[in-house]
Design a protein around this ligand. Structure first.
Ligand SMILES: Cc1cc2nc3c(=O)[nH]c(=O)nc-3n(C[C@H](O)[C@H](O)[C@H](O)COP(=O)(O)O)c2cc1C
Length: 313
């Protein structure tokens, strides 16, 4: 029809989390797929802009015995126990995905600053583009939120990793199991973190009423999915208030484009998707990209970064 422009304007979905350049704001969260290179490649091909691996420790670790996962329509509860084959085997898998042009972020675990910095060094040497320090798993003794709920320990761990890797891109993944997540974020940034990931799971439990037994063999675990979403949004908003210029990745209960937009309104630069993959499969990445492009078109915007700036309140 004359006078009607039927040509669709190109939409630029690129996102930036500090120095981390992404082809969209939708990343895969840690621990959702295994660390085999074939699974990592599947996530990229499905449209994830970056992959965060399952948390890696120096040595191989056994997880907990089943049951380790429970899910209903409101939330998931997991206590997998951070199993893994150790950093040496992980580095071999990493070598097989190194040619991928999208960022690979290795989730690093440890029970001491030395273990965190040693593993971080190994994964960066093996080709990871960044590290995300797991200072937040709520159900494994001696690591995760046991360290990450204390600001002085958060700072000590991040400082050790920064000392070992002066130029590496370091994200600290924070726990919502705290009175003041802002203090944890500030401690991580003082230690030298480039950015923050908020949040890991919230400690919780549930029972089988017939068996009168916990749903998980460990007795308790971490809550993720829809129920975590408002908790994670508050964490991001609080961190954005106390750290106006720090790159922040939001994670917790993203199932739809509305969930993601809420994170951008709260101040996140990108989001990670975890539990929703069980329900919607890896195709969620392509669907979120399409939905974001539609939102931009409807708002007569052509560029996610500008669109996001205008969303902030
Ligand atoms: C089964 C399962 C395993 C997880 N493993 C890890 C892990 O190894 N390291 C980590 O930092 N977070 C881990 N998480 C936490 C997620 O990365 C994410 O922070 C959390 O699930 C909230 O996001 P979601 O609601 O989109 O799942 C795991 C979560 C689930 C459900």
């Amino acid at each position: 029809m004359e006078g009607v422009n039927t040509v669709r304007r190109p939409i630029d979905l690129r996102a930036k989390v500090g120095r981390l350049q992404l082809d969209s704001p939708f990343m895969l969260a840690s621990g959702i797929l295994g660390n085999e290179h074939s699974l990592i490649m599947r996530a990229y091909r499905a449209g994830a802009s970056a992959v965060v691996t399952k948390t890696v420790f120096n040595n191989a670790r056994n997880g907990y015995t089943p049951p380790i996962y429970f899910e209903n329509e409101y939330y998931a509860l997991n206590a997998v126990g951070l199993p893994g084959s150790g950093v040496e085997h992980f580095s071999e898998e990493l070598a097989l995905v190194k040619e991928e042009s999208k960022p690979l972020i290795a989730s690093v675990g440890g029970t001491s600053p030395e273990e965190f910095s040693g593993v971080a060094q190994r994964v960066i040497d093996a080709g990871a583009d960044a590290v995300e320090l797991n200072l937040s798993c709520p159900h494994v003794a001696g690591t995760g939120s046991e360290i990450g709920s204390k600001p002085d320990l958060v700072k000590e761990v991040v400082l050790a990793v920064r000392d070992a890797l002066p130029r590496a891109l370091i994200f600290a993944k924070l726990t919502p199991n705290t009175h003041d997540i802002g203090e944890l974020g500030k401690a991580a940034v003082e230690g030298g973190a480039d950015g923050l990931t908020a949040v890991n799971t919230l400690r919780g439990t549930g029972f089988d009423v017939t068996l009168r037994a916990p749903l998980l063999s460990h007795g308790y675990g971490g809550v993720s999915g829809h129920a975590l979403h408002p908790v994670a949004l508050y964490a991001v908003q609080n961190l954005r208030t106390v750290l106006p210029d720090t790159p922040i990745i939001g994670v917790g209960g993203v199932y739809s484009i509305e969930d993601a937009l809420e994170f951008f309104i709260a101040g996140a630069d990108a989001v990670q998707i975890g539990t929703a993959i069980r329900k919607r499969g890896l195709k969620i990445f392509g669907e979120l990209r399409d939905d974001l492009a539609t939102r931009l078109r409807n708002a007569r915007a052509s560029d996610f970064l500008k669109f996001k700036k205008e969303l902030r309140i």
